[in-house]
Write a protein that binds this ligand. Sequence first.
Ligand code: PEP
Ligand code: MG
Length: 319
Amino acid sequence: HARPRRTRLEHPGRTADGHAVALLANVGDPAGAVAAADVGAEGIGLFRTEFGFLGRTAPPTVQEQVAAYAQVFAAFPGRRVVIRTLDAGADKPLPFVTAAGEPNPALGVRGLRTSWAHPAVLDDQLAAIAQAAASSSADVWVMAPMVATADEADAFVDRCTAHGLAHAGIMVEVPAAALRSADLLDRARFASLGTNDLTQYAMAADRELAGLAQLSTPWQPAVLSLVQLACAGGVARDRPVGVCGEAAADPALAPVLVGLGVTSLSMTARALPDVGAVLASVTLDECRALAALALAQRTPDEARSAVRASLGDVLDELG
Ligand code: PEP
Ligand code: MG
């Protein structure tokens, strides 16, 4: 029979043989950060900052942003907090940075691209992050969404450096970035795989369309291959490569991601206890074997079934 459901992460993330994999939370506002700390998250792997910008006609002021970011940092003293700069565009249009009427907004000016025409929005945000970080003990990392090229990664690192933010990284959500991650990680200090968008762009399947669910799964072997390539680039540059897409919250997929070379997993806080339990039950070599097993399949269903069968009892015990 099923065990009572775990509600707290009791230990830092590690495999059965002690390989550390930080288990972090995705949060979208300061209250979410407090809730994630209550669950026992080791830090925040994705703080989505859109909440402060949505539903407004102008960006929040620097002081408004400082107040919000300071609350998030205060929830994780001494811990890693990865804050993502504004990801406007596509499903999150904002009148002051995105153009209305793009024929294909998911392929338009979104994420970091909005800062080309509106550099002040990014600069104000980085100034606010730096100011909030200065009076907190959190280990503040900053990353940009929708980075496609090494030039974009370098430009972002330069902006962060200008604000005294030394730990600048990139989200890998575009297949081009996964294929060439070593180039992007030349100067960017870390990468975080946004598997929701990476899957959307790899499969050319709108993530909002339920009718394309069979395509829109991170179990697609092509997506797993992109994850593997992105991780190889991280190894080449000695940079950590995490995952902050929904894929990290799937207890069967999490050990596969670790086996592919992923160094941290960030997810909705409620998924942390189960993912932590699965991870603690497998060695790093077993994760690598699961990754090889998944990559050897031709379809997402075959990959998921093969991995689930191999994990067997571990998944059943989650209840
Ligand atoms: C992603 O694309 O996987 C991601 C984490 O970013 P968002 O879901 O906010 O687009
Ligand atoms: Mg994304």
